[in-house]
Write a protein of this length. Structure first.
Length: 478
């Protein structure tokens, strides 16, 4: 037997209990109205029989008082039942039978009213009393249709006592009035059945909405919890990367220093040339590793909000050209043609010099990496229309699909194309470029498509330059 088959009866039972509770809530919610409506209706119903209209017969005062007393007694019971339900509605079955018993008392009171108001041989009296019961039957159909047991608990004593009274007293109108009571009961029950089905549908719709609201709330809470966990994990990752990067730099600097001494034979010949070659390889690999660690540390600082920049007024041309001397060594090995076009008037760019060099090195290194041998690379820097400074590095490599452009700025991400596996790398360069650009209040973006090369842009806004210029004023005055 499957778990689903085992849980189905339990689920159905829980659903039925929920439905019962909802029906009881609807019925009990109308009890406060019944507390004063039933006595008031009883008083209004007996007025025609109190002697004001002799045509209906004069009923003894003790009978009229008994009718009113019965309904007031039921009102006191209704008040106690209502307060008890509000205190503890947990036992639905107990309250179902309590409500049904109370409804039976009300039905009995209305049925006894027929006996107390009935005047044998007075057709007008008999018709008026019967009409009061007809109204009661329709009232039951409107107010007690939510639960079959409660409905019949009220209707049964009323109809039974009325039909017994008609059969007992006889008379020319007894049979027609019994017929009216029967037909009214049938139609009122059919109406009550329809109302009960509608109420059931509404309740089930309400249950579905409640369940959906709970599910949405739980989903929202779960999403918030996972978001906080992700943010905490990201903060921990950033701290870990920053700490590890610092820890790795110290021994790596020793490796670089000693390998350079050995490769250059500073302290004397190494004895075997292969050892010198190995030292050269160690130094080159160490420098590459140090570059990666520096990138990781910078990204960790940016994400942690701890990266400090010191924007100053720069002449962009010499700054960019100095950075190119580092980045273009590989381009010469691949016989690539590099063209530069940097506008320079001595004060076009206000930025952190180290950050600008890092941006240029990363963008040009990417262009060299993904441009085939003999390809073309163009580095341009221009004054934007709004006064900002815009750097562009363009290559004629394989390009990037437009749908993947946003992903390339994610740390450790590499777009999968036919050159990426050969080019290698960690995917940190562009992420660092964007982070450094945003620290200046600017932005970085890529324009490309498959087979059309790549155009990488970095924009430094005029507003950021103005703010940075203000920071450098004391330095300039000094």
């Amino acid at each position: 037997m499957t778990a689903q088959a085992i849980s189905s009866p339990t689920r159905a039972k829980a659903e039925e209990a929920r439905m019962l509770r909802a029906r009881l809530n609807l019925i009990v919610s109308s009890v406060p109205i019944a507390i004063w409506v039933n006595p008031a209706w009883a008083v209004l119903s007996i007025l025609p029989f109190a002697g004001f209209f002799p045509i209906f017969g004069k009923i003894a005062w003790w009978r009229l008082g008994a009718i009113v007393a019965l309904h007031f007694a039921n009102s006191f019971i209704a008040s106690a039942l209502y307060r008890g339900y509000l205190r503890d509605p947990s036992n639905s079955q107990k309250w179902l039978w309590a409500v049904a018993g109370f409804q039976g008392l009300i039905g009995t009171a209305w049925g006894l009213m027929v006996w107390l108001l009935w005047v044998p041989g007075n057709p007008l009296n008999n018709v008026l009393v019967t009409l009061v019961i007809v109204a009661i039957l329709w009232a039951y159909a409107f107010s007690r249709a939510m639960h079959t047991i409660v409905y019949f608990a009220g209707v049964t004593p009323t109809v039974a006592l009325t039909l017994i009274a008609l059969a007992y007293t006889g008379g020319p109108v007894a049979l027609p009035l019994a017929f009216v009571i029967g037909v009214t009961f049938a139609f009122a029950y059919a109406f009550a059945f329809v109302v009960r089905r509608q109420v059931e549908r509404q309740l089930r719709t309400g249950f579905a909405n409640e369940d959906l609201a709970i599910e949405l709330r739980d989903t929202r809470d779960d999403a918030l919890r996972k978001r906080f966990e992700a943010e905490a994990a990201n903060a921990s990752k950033t701290t870990f990367l920053a700490n590890m990067s610092h820890e790795l730099r110290t021994p790596l600097n020793a490796i670089l220093g000693f390998s350079e001494l050995i490769a250059n034979e500073t302290l004397g010949p190494v004895g075997t040339l292969r050892y010198r070659d190995y030292a050269t390889d160690i130094n080159a690999s160490g420098n590459h590793l140090l570059s990666l660690i520096n990138d990781i540390l910078d990204i960790a600082k940016i994400e942690a909000g701890k990266m400090d920049i010191e924007p100053i007024a720069l002449d962009p041309k010499p700054v960019i050209e100095k950075a190119l001397t580092v980045a273009l060594a590989r381009a010469r090995e691949k016989h690539q043609r590099v063209q530069t076009n940097i506008e320079s008037d001595g004060a076009d760019l206000v930025a952190d010099e180290r950050a600008v060099k890092q941006i240029v090195i990363n963008l040009v290194s990417n262009a060299v990496k993904f441009t085939p041998e003999g390809g073309n690379i163009v580095i341009s820097g221009t004054l934007a229309a709004d006064g900002g400074f815009q750097l562009c590095v363009e290559d004629d490599g394989p390009g990037i699909p437009a749908a993947l452009l946003d992903r390339i700025f994610t740390p450790f991400n590499q777009i999968d194309n036919r050159y990426s596996r050969q080019a290698g790398g960690t995917g940190l360069g562009l992420s660092l470029v964007r982070g450094l650009a945003e620290l200046h209040g600017g932005r970085a973006w890529i324009e490309s498509d498959t087979g059309s090369g790549v155009r990488a842009f970095v924009y430094f806004p005029k507003a950021a330059r103005a703010t940075a210029s203000q920071r450098t004023l004391p330095r300039l005055r000094a």
